[in-house]
Design a protein around this ligand. Sequence first.
Ligand SMILES: [Zn+2]
Length: 76
Amino acid sequence: MTMAKINGFPVHATITLDRVIVGVDQHNRFLDDVGFCLACGAEADGCEPDAERYRCEACDAPQVYGAEQLLIYLSV
Ligand SMILES: [Zn+2]
């Protein structure tokens, strides 16, 4: 998979479309709010599906995006 970029920032290599789809699925089935940090690849809880630029608890970068939002970006 080629390195994707969102809003000009490279997406961490560990954030794959498969992983994002699992996150969206978790939200749909268990109402888990899953997000991912573009900077370090960490998974974030309590992240609305359409979240953008939330601060990452792991690396402090404002690069956490909701799973559904990422799916939109990654599938275009
Ligand atoms: Zn991070």
